[in-house]
Design a protein. Sequence first.
Length: 242
Amino acid sequence: MKQESSLDRRAFLKGAAAGGAAASSIGSSATPAAAQGSAPPGAAPPPQPAAPGYMFLRSDEAAFVEALVDAMIPADEFSPKGTDIGINIYIDRALASGWGKGDRLYMQGPWKTGTANQGYQLALTPAQLWRAGIEATNAHCEKALGEPFDQLAPAQRNQVLTDLDAGRVTFDGGLPARVFWGVAYQNVIEGMFADPIYGGNQGMAGWKMVGFPGVLETNRNRVLSTRNKRYEADPVSIADMS
């Protein structure tokens, strides 16, 4: 993977744990206009069908997510690209699930800016955050570069993601760009390394890349037999055990 054409994968993996921290350490009292919709008071906006093959994402949102995961996980000597691993499918399933709907989130307010140790503070479910974040990122790209994110050249996409990561992007409407980026980053990490039954990590590509053996009950005997050597094992998924 050439550093000048894509995000540095070593830096990406090194910062995996930090990605979720950005989502949990920043709060806001704003409810972005992108999440509120433009329907008249009392009238729900007409439902839009998901993109073919997706449970939650609409066509434009699916295009964004596919471009995002391929920019963050490009095909190289370490692994296939993000869409070939199914990270986009993992994200879609997560957003369609109880997690995406905020089933375990307290959603009654008050919505005030939180401190670093107070966790997620937005008046948005994860699915709503993704939907609003995609819209806001595309608006930023169109304003700054003339095209939505999925239509940008690879180098431009990487620059947008680098700017999001560095906190150099401000969304119109009040949505905290850093919070959206933190959740998106964390979801990509999850899709890369979660068990394949959840849609991502197809072919156990993420596990093979880092040498993770999967869900075997114990690897003690194998570890002992490879002392002072590189530990290698064919990973085993939940489906393999059933």
